[in-house]
Design a protein around this ligand. Structure first.
Ligand SMILES: Cc1ncc(COP(=O)(O)O)c(C=O)c1O
Length: 374
């Protein structure tokens, strides 16, 4: 629980109280209707979300990790196949590949935008490579134009991991609509978050949408008790869908607030040599799921921010290839020099749509004070 004067990394209560009536009504309507699994509200949310993104199909599922797994299964990716994954992301991106029996192949990240380094993808492509999963990390769109070129050249699928980038845009078009399919997470702290786990697959490919829906519902598609394939259970609950449907109309406004808060941070902190700020790149709308700065004195910064009741966190402390789970790959630090360097410097500082100018100023004052003593 947040302490009274604390500035949290994310303030979920502030968002709830801003929309309390609408959310409470959505939940109670859902309870009164009594259709908790596969209720009509799930379809309504799926339609609203695909329309918002400009995509043809949306299939709700249990969480973002399942969304990735359902996409890979629907693409028939499995044992013997390889999938390219960035070295810096949440483990779910790679886990999904392992969990369908395929092998994640890690690629280092770009030192400016922290998404997959487009110059290092081709050297990792083999005859076994079937897909590239790109991650729009922290809310920043990956370098899609070049990734699309590479994928076309080698006949690979592009799967977008959009768990951190609801509403972000690339050349004015929403991310999540560039690849064969995209995976969204509605984990509570995401830019569009539920009150528990939730996820979705978004695609323009009808066959893939049907396949993902079928696998996620025990192999049934249109007819109950007609199990066409061996599937599993990964569905979006009606209560979560009702909350997401109530929140969706506010997503763009919340993203604008995040962008404004980020601009405020940047205007206060730019020009300080020892702090590296997120880059604003052309033709991309970064939606700042996280506001990540870099400092070579990160540990001191953490100590001072914590003492001043300001939350901060590291996303993520280790590149995926160096997590114990991936020891079996026997990677060396020099295989991923940028991810290694960056994970020693990154720090996420508070960002959420309701953050006030005065909270941002307080955080900047502390950072500037520390900077002067460096
Ligand atoms: C980049 C990325 N991919 C996938 C996921 C998985 O989403 P979920 O927690 O809903 O399974 C997350 C969640 O944090 C994420 O940040």
């Amino acid at each position: 629980m947040n302490q009274p004067n604390m500035i949290p990394l994310v303030d979920l209560k502030a968002q709830y109280f801003g929309l309390k009536e609408e959310i409470d009504k959505a939940i109670s309507d859902c309870i009164v209707e009594g259709n908790f699994i596969k209720g009509k509200i799930v379809t309504e949310f799926e339609n609203a979300f695909s329309q918002y993104l400009g995509a043809d199909y949306c299939v709700g599922c249990g969480n973002g990790t399942d969304a990735l797994e359902l996409i890979l299964k629907s693409l028939n990716i499995g044992p013997g196949d390889e999938v390219i994954v960035p070295a810096l992301t949440w483990i779910a991106t790679a886990e999904a590949v392992n969990n369908v029996g395929a092998e994640p192949v890690f690629v280092d990240i770009d030192q400016n935008n922290y998404t997959i380094d487009i110059r290092k993808i081709e050297e990792k492509i083999t005859k076994k490579t079937k897909a590239i999963i790109l991650v729009h990390l922290y809310g920043c769109p990956a370098d899609l134009e070049e990734i699309i070129r590479i994928a076309k050249k080698y006949g690979l699928f592009i799967v977008e991991d959009c768990a951190q980038a609801h509403g972000a845009e690339y050349f004015g078009k929403k991310i999540g609509t560039y690849g064969i399919a995209s995976a969204f997470s509605f984990f509570p702290s995401k830019n569009l978050g539920a009150f528990g786990d939730g996820g979705a697959i978004v695609t323009n490919n009808q066959e893939l949408a049907n396949s993902a829906r079928m696998i996620s519902n025990h192999g049934q598609l249109h007819t109950r008790h007609s199990h066409l394939v061996i599937g599993r259970n990964s569905r979006l609950d009606s209560i979560q869908a009702s909350i997401l449907k109530a929140k969706l109309p506010y997503l763009d406004k919340w993203n604008r607030n995040r962008i404004e808060a980020s601009q405020h941070y940047i205007s206060r902190l730019e020009g300080m040599g020892s702090i590296i700020l997120p880059r604003v790149e052309q033709n991309k709308t970064h939606v700042y799921h996280l506001f990540v700065i870099r400092s070579q004195k990160r540990e001191k910064l953490i100590e001072v921010l914590n003492k001043s009741n300001i939350s901060c966190s590291i996303h993520y402390p280790k590149p995926l290839p160096f997590l114990d789970a991936y020891n079996y790959k026997k990677h060396k630090l020099e295989d991923f020099p940028i991810a290694v360097k960056i994970t020693n410097e990154i720090l996420s500082i508070p960002i959420f749509p309701e953050i006030t100018d005065s909270q941002v100023d307080t955080i900047c004052d502390h950072i500037l004070k520390i900077h002067k003593t460096f």
